[in-house]
Design a protein around this ligand. Structure first.
Ligand SMILES: [Zn+2]
Length: 334
């Protein structure tokens, strides 16, 4: 994915204006972080999610057209079939920015397929073929523990929970997106080829979900998640819902109230093309070399050391809670 930075001066001016304004702003509201759990949600296991990340890395890098990619596809399809009611596979040839044919597989694990109220949960499963942010071995593929495997690990654990705890009032579609990370800056729309393909050719004709949540880099130690621009623009109410839930579960220090600029990630195409309001939960770190993503990003440091069970738990519990809260809401209204 790519980020765009606000000019520093503009940011400074914004902060200055905010500081001079005496009216209370939403960001001034003190968030009560006392847990207020009102919906019964099954217990998310960070251990299981962690093991799922390790399992993906055991195949080696999962970059396009590699053996690791093919082996991981077989594994994901088999796990999806173990848990979901229906599994859809989309095999297609994407064309990279360099003209290369990329053998791609989108996988959609569908729970309660008859339900008309639906939530879409997604994460990309391919890994970057280069370590272009590293100082060494830039041409070698990365393991992508956080940038790929972490979101998929969390979603596999959620799929396991949905099998054991079916949602009667809503359907959930767990979408493992391929071909996200073959992009190159300067080449427009060269990232996110799997979500672009799916948004134009959804697995079911006329597919709709009420909202979507994309997970990207959700496992780093101490990670914080900010209110990303494309999410706020297209799906502000989803952002509010998820951030409120995180706060009420006691994760307000991780799901921070800060707004950041737009990031081009899979959710952008899901919002723009198939019009499903979708947010991105993505690790934000302004202190890193990229000033946006963690220091491991697109380097060989993105291995199991870039994964922390506490972070997986914060994200996993928040998403699971949001799913079961929506299921409870739909049960009351129908
Ligand atoms: Zn990436």
């Amino acid at each position: 994915m790519q980020s765009y930075h606000f000019p520093r001066l503009f940011l400074a001016l914004l902060l200055f204006v905010a500081a001079c304004n005496t009216d209370p702003k939403p960001s001034d509201v003190v968030v009560d972080e006392t847990p207020k759990v009102v919906v019964n949600a099954p217990a998310f296991s960070a251990d299981t999610a962690y093991n799922y990340i390790q399992k993906q890395l055991s195949f080696g890098p999962r970059d396009m057209n590699s053996k690791g990619h093919e082996a991981c596809a077989v594994f994901l399809i088999s796990e999806a079939k173990r848990f979901a009611d229906t599994v859809y596979m989309q095999r297609f040839d994407a064309t990279g920015y360099d003209g290369k044919t990329l053998k791609s597989t989108n996988i959609i694990a569908s729970f309660n397929p008859q339900a008309t109220s639906r939530i879409l949960l997604c994460s990309h499963w391919d890994s970057r073929p280069w370590a272009d942010q590293d100082s060494k071995d830039q041409d070698k593929p990365i393991l992508a523990a956080n940038d790929g495997a972490s979101g998929v690990g969390v979603l596999l654990e959620i799929a396991r929970l949905l099998k054991a705890n079916p949602t009667a009032n809503i359907g959930v579609d767990v979408f493992f997106i391929d071909t996200e990370d073959y992009g190159k800056s300067g080449y427009e729309d060269s990232y996110c080829l799997g979500s672009q393909y799916w948004a134009k050719n959804s697995h079911l004709l006329g597919y709709k979900a009420d909202f979507g949540i994309l997970l990207d880099m959700v496992g780093a130690p101490g990670a914080q998640f900010a209110r990303e621009g494309n999410s706020a623009f297209n799906a502000g109410w989803v952002l509010d819902k998820v951030w409120t839930n995180a706060s009420q579960l006691g994760y307000g220090s991780r799901f921070i109230q800060q707004s950041i600029g737009p990031i081009t990630d899979d959710h952008l195409y899901i919002n723009n093309i198939i019009k499903i309001p979708t947010i991105d939960i993505i690790h934000y770190d302004p202190t890193s070399p990229s000033q946006t993503f963690g220091a491991y990003w697109h380097t060989h440091e993105d291995d199991m050391d870039a994964i922390d069970k506490g972070t997986l738990e914060a994200v996993g519990r928040t998403v699971v809670y949001t799913v079961f809260q929506y299921n409870a809401e739909k049960g009351v209204k129908q």
